[in-house]
Design a binder for this molecule. Structure first.
Ligand SMILES: Cc1cc2nc3c(=O)[nH]c(=O)nc-3n(C[C@H](O)[C@H](O)[C@H](O)COP(=O)(O)OP(=O)(O)OC[C@H]3O[C@@H](n4cnc5c(N)ncnc54)[C@H](O)[C@@H]3O)c2cc1C
Ligand SMILES: *[C@@H]1O[C@H](CO)[C@@H](O)[C@H](O)[C@H]1NC(C)=O
Ligand SMILES: *[C@@H]1O[C@H](CO)[C@@H](O)[C@H](O)[C@H]1NC(C)=O
Ligand SMILES: *[C@@H]1O[C@H](CO)[C@@H](O)[C@H](O)[C@H]1NC(C)=O
Ligand SMILES: *[C@@H]1O[C@H](CO)[C@@H](O)[C@H](O)[C@H]1NC(C)=O
Ligand SMILES: *[C@@H]1O[C@H](CO)[C@@H](O)[C@H](O)[C@H]1NC(C)=O
Ligand SMILES: *[C@@H]1O[C@H](CO)[C@@H](O)[C@H](O)[C@H]1NC(C)=O
Ligand SMILES: *[C@@H]1O[C@H](CO)[C@@H](O)[C@H](O)[C@H]1NC(C)=O
Ligand SMILES: *[C@@H]1O[C@H](CO)[C@@H](O)[C@H](O)[C@H]1NC(C)=O
Ligand SMILES: *[C@@H]1O[C@H](CO)[C@@H](O)[C@H](O)[C@H]1NC(C)=O
Length: 573
C-alpha cells in the first residue's frame, strides 16, 4: 500500500499505521528484556518496576503518583457509565477536560483510538498509547524524585504541562510523566541585568497564559502570551517560540525570556540566562519543549498595559461566486503588511464558505486609528461588491480585550500541518498564495492564520526558528478528526503530508519552514523545517545537558536517534 511507503520514512510513528505483528504488546516473555538499555523498559518487561517498587516510589513523592485510567474509560465496557460518558462527550472539545486529567491529550491521533469516547462501549479501552503513570508534581522535590526514578529504571520520561501539543510531545506509551499543571507560582518582580532592566514576571512550570495575564494586569502590566488562555506559559509555548496578539509590538514569547530555572537530566538545578549557561538559555528560548531540561520557572519581560482596540471582519460566500469570495481573501492578504507594520496582530479563519479575521488587535492603538488602517481593505471589498461585516471596539486594558475576544478555545478537533508564510509572499506572490488557500479549503479543511511581525531581532539571540523573522503569518491547516473513522484520519495524514503542506511549500522559495508547534507531526524533513538551520547546534547543547538522552519528545531535538516501535516501545536507532 502506498500509505505505508510514506510513513516508513517517518521513523518512530510506524505504530500508528501498522497492525500488530505477532505477540501482544504487553506481558509477553518473548518481548521481555532485563537490562537492555537500547530500549526504554516497557510495561510487562522483567525490568518494569514491580507493584511494590511503584508503591515505594509513591511514598517518596508524598502519594502524588497517579496510575493512568484514561478519562473515557467511562465510555467503555469495564467502567461504562452512560451519563458520565455523555457528559464527557459534551465537554470533549474544551481544553480543561484534558488539562485536568493526568493522561488525556488534545491531539487525538496520539491516543491511538483507545478509550475513544465516541466509539461504542465494546471498542478497545487499554492504556496502550497513553502514559502509564504521572506524578502530580507540586514541589521541586517531586520533579527530582520522578526524574531520578525514570532514570534508575530506564523508563520513558515525559514532561506534561497542559497537553495542548499538536505533535504528541507531551504523551507516550509506557511513560512516566512529570505532570506540572499544579506547580503554580507567580510573582511580579523588578529585574535588572546587562540586557534589560524593568518589570518582569516570574512564572513556575504550571502557570498558564491566562494566570499570567491576570497577575500582570493586576499590576498594570502585560506579557506576551498566546491567543488561548489555557496554553502553558513556560512549557512548549515559550520554548517553541510562541506567538500571540502582542507579538507585533514586543516579539515572540521566546524573545521575552530573561532567565530560566531548570532541573537537568543529571539532576542538577541550574539557572540559564544570557550570562549564566548562555547556551542552555539560547536553546530553551525557541528550540522546542521537552528535551534540554525540565523547566521549573521562567522570568519574562513585562510591559505597561495600554488601551487596546480590536476589529472583526467577516464575510461568507452566500450569493457570490467562489472566484469573488477568494478575491476578497486576496484583498485582505494584500492589506496585511500595512496592518502589521502598524503593530497589530490577528487571528483569522478561512474555509471555502467563510472568512473571518477576528480579532485584529491593536495594542496602544485607538479604535479610530484601527478603523483608518482598515479603510483601504474595506474600500476594496466594497469595490468588489462583497458584503462584509466589520465591527471594531476599544478596551481600557489588554486583559479586558482578551477576556472579551479569546476566552474560549476549542480543541481536539483537528490534525494539523502548516507553514510560516514569508512577508515576501504577501508582497510578491499573492495570486499563488490565494490559489493555494483556495485549493486547500476545498479539501474539507479549516485554515487558521495567526499574523504578526516579529522581524526585529531580539535583544538577546535565541533559537526560535529564524524563519519567524521573515514571516507574516503562521498558517495552520486542520483536517477534521473523525473519532469514528480511523481510515479517514489516516487518509487525512497522507493528504496533509503529500498534498496540503507541499502545496504551501511550493509557493515559498526553498520550500519554507514551519513553526515547530504548528507543524505536521509527520513532516518528512522536520529537522530542517522546524528548526531552520539550528538543529546541529541545538543537538550539541542537548548532548551537553542531557548526555544520556533521558529526555525525549516526538520531533524534539535528539528524537531522531530513537524510534517508536509498533508495540509502543521506544528504542535507540
Ligand atoms: C487550542 C490551542 C491554541 C493555541 N494557541 C497558540 C498561540 O496562540 N500561540 C502559539 O504560539 N501557540 C499556540 N498553540 C500551540 C502551543 O504553543 C503548543 O501546543 C505548545 O506545545 C503548548 O505548550 P504546553 O506546555 O501548554 O503543552 P504540553 O502539551 O503540555 O507540552 C508541550 C511540550 O512542551 C514540553 N514541556 C512542557 N512543560 C515543560 C517544562 N516545564 N519543561 C520542559 N519542557 C516542557 C512538553 O514535554 C512537550 O514537549 C495553541 C495550541 C492549541 C491546542
Ligand atoms: C540489571 O540491572 C540491575 C541494577 O542495575 C542489576 O542489579 C542486575 O544484576 C542486572 N541484571 C542483569 C540480568 O544484567
Ligand atoms: C499513591 O498514594 C496515594 C496516597 O496513599 C494513593 O491515593 C494513590 O492511589 C497511590 N498511587 C498509586 C499509583 O498507587
Ligand atoms: C495502537 O493500536 C494498534 C491497533 O489496535 C495496536 O496494534 C498498537 O499496539 C497500538 N499501539 C500502542 C502503543 O498501544
Ligand atoms: C493534583 O494536586 C493538586 C494540588 O495538590 C490537587 O488539587 C489535585 O486534585 C491533584 N490532582 C489529581 C488528579 O490527583
Ligand atoms: C515589520 O515591520 C517593519 C516596520 O515596522 C517593516 O520594516 C518590516 O518589513 C516588517 N517585517 C515583516 C516581516 O513583516
Ligand atoms: C452587487 O451585488 C448585489 C447582490 O448581492 C447585486 O444586486 C448588485 O447588482 C451588485 N452590484 C454590482 C455593482 O455588481
Ligand atoms: C469578534 O470576534 C471574536 C472572536 O470570534 C468574538 O468573540 C467577538 O464577540 C467579536 N466581536 C464583535 C464586536 O463582533
Ligand atoms: C467546499 O469544499 C467541499 C469539500 O470539502 C466541497 O464539497 C464543496 O463543494 C466546497 N464548497 C464550495 C462552495 O465550493
Ligand atoms: C465520520 O465517519 C463516519 C463513519 O464513516 C461517518 O458516518 C460520519 O459522517 C463521519 N463524520 C464526519 C463529521 O464526517
Amino acid at each position: 500500500m502506498t500509505t505505508h511507503g510514506i510513513f516508513i520514512t517517518v521513523a518512530g510513528l510506524l505504530w500508528l499505521l501498522l497492525p500488530v505483528l505477532g505477540k501482544p504488546y504487553e506481558g509477553s516473555p518473548l518481548f521481555s528484556r532485563a537490562n537492555d538499555t537500547s530500549c526504554r523498559c516497557y510495561p510487562g518487561d522483567l525490568c518494569w518496576p514491580t507493584e511494590s517498587i511503584w508503591n515505594e516510589f509513591n511514598k517518596t513523592v508524598g502519594g502524588k503518583l497517579i496510575a493512568t485510567t484514561p478519562i473515557a474509560a467511562v465510555c467503555h465496557d469495564a467502567h461504562y457509565d452512560e451519563s458520565e460518558c455523555q457528559h464527557l462527550e459534551d465537554v470533549w472539545y474544551v481544553p480543561e477536560t484534558h488539562i485536568e486529567s493526568s493522561s488525556s491529550i488534545m491531539a487525538p491521533i496520539f491516543a491511538n483510538r483507545s478509550c475513544d469516547p465516541f466509539l461504542p462501549p465494546e471498542s478497545p479501552c487499554v492504556i496502550g498509547a497513553y502514559i502509564r503513570y504521572a506524578v502530580n508534581a507540586t514541589a521541586e522535590s517531586d520533579f527530582q524524585a520522578t526524574l531520578k526514578f525514570a532514570k534508575t529504571h530506564n523508563i520513558r520520561l515525559v514532561i506534561r504541562n497542559t497537553a495542548h501539543d499538536f505533535l504528541g510531545k507531551s504523551s507516550g506509551p509506557g511513560a512516566l510523566a512529570i505532570w506540572t499543571h499544579y506547580y503554580k507560582s507567580l510573582e511580579v518582580i523588578d529585574y535588572a541585568d546587562a540586557h534589560y532592566s524593568g518589570k518582569a514576571l516570574k512564572a513556575s512550570a504550571g502557570i498558564q497564559v491566562g494566570d499570567a495575564l491576570q497577575v500582570a494586569h493586576d499590576s498594570g502590566l502585560v506579557i506576551v502570551g498566546g491567543t488561548c488562555s489555557s496554553v502553558g506559559l513556560v512549557g512548549g509555548y515559550t520554548q517553541g517560540g510562541g506567538h500571540g496578539f502582542l507579538a507585533s509590538k514586543f516579539g515572540l514569547a521566546a524573545d521575552q525570556a530573561l532567565e530560566w530555572e531548570v532541573l537537568t537530566a543529571e539532576g542538577n538545578i541550574l539557572k540559564a540566562s544570557p550570562s549564566v549557561n548562555p547556551d542552555l538559555y539560547w536553546a530553551l528560548a525557541g528550540g522546542g519543549g521537552g528535551t534540554y531540561a525540565v523547566v521549573l520557572s521562567l522570568t519574562v519581560k513585562a510591559y505597561p498595559d495600554q488601551t487596546t482596540s480590536t476589529a472583526n471582519l467577516t464575510w461568507t460566500n452566500t450569493g457570490i461566486t467562489q472566484d469573488l469570495f477568494f478575491e476578497g481573501v486576496r484583498t485582505f492578504a494584500a492589506g496585511l503588511p500595512s496592518l502589521l507594520d502598524a503593530g497589530t496582530a490577528s487571528t483569522w479563519l478561512n474555509s471555502n464558505t467563510s472568512f473571518s479575521a477576528s480579532p485584529v488587535v491593536g495594542f496602544g492603538i485607538k479604535q479610530k486609528e484601527l478603523d483608518a488602517l482598515f479603510t483601504p481593505i474595506l474600500d476594496n471589498l466594497q469595490q468588489l461588491n462583497i458584503s462584509y461585516d466589520y465591527s471594531s471596539a476599544e478596551f481600557p486594558t489588554f486583559l479586558d480585550m482578551y477576556t472579551a475576544m479569546a476566552s474560549y478555545c476549542e480543541t481536539a478537533l483537528f490534525q494539523v500541518g502548516g507553514r510560516l508564510i514569508p512577508r515576501s509572499i504577501l508582497l510578491n506572490s499573492l495570486d499563488d498564495f490565494t490559489d493555494a488557500l483556495r485549493q486547500i479549503s476545498d479539501m474539507n479543511t479549516l485554515v487558521s492564520g495567526v499574523t504578526f511581525n516579529v522581524s526585529k531581532a531580539p535583544d538577546i539571540e535565541n533559537a526560535a526558528n529564524p524563519a519567524f523573522r521573515e514571516a507574516s503569518v503562521s498558517l495552520l491547516v486542520g483536517t477534521y478528526y473523525n473519532y469514528t473513522n480511523w481510515g479517514e484520519d489516516i487518509a487525512n495524514q497522507v493528504l496533509m503530508t503529500d498534498k496540503i503542506v507541499p502545496m504551501l511549500s511550493s509557493i515559498i522559495p526553498g520550500g519554507g519552514f514551519s513553526y515547530l508547534n504548528e507543524g505536521n507531526p509527520f513532516e518528512p524533513n522536520w529537522e530542517h523545517v522546524f528548526y531552520g538551520g539550528n538543529y546541529e547546534r541545538l543537538q550539541t547543547i542537548k548532548d551537553k545537558y542531557d548526555p544520556e538522552g533521558l529526555l525525549y519528545a516526538r520531533t524534539a531535538v535528539g528524537s531522531n536517534r530513537w524510534t517508536e516501535r509498533v508495540d509502543g516501545r521506544l528504542c535507540r536507532l
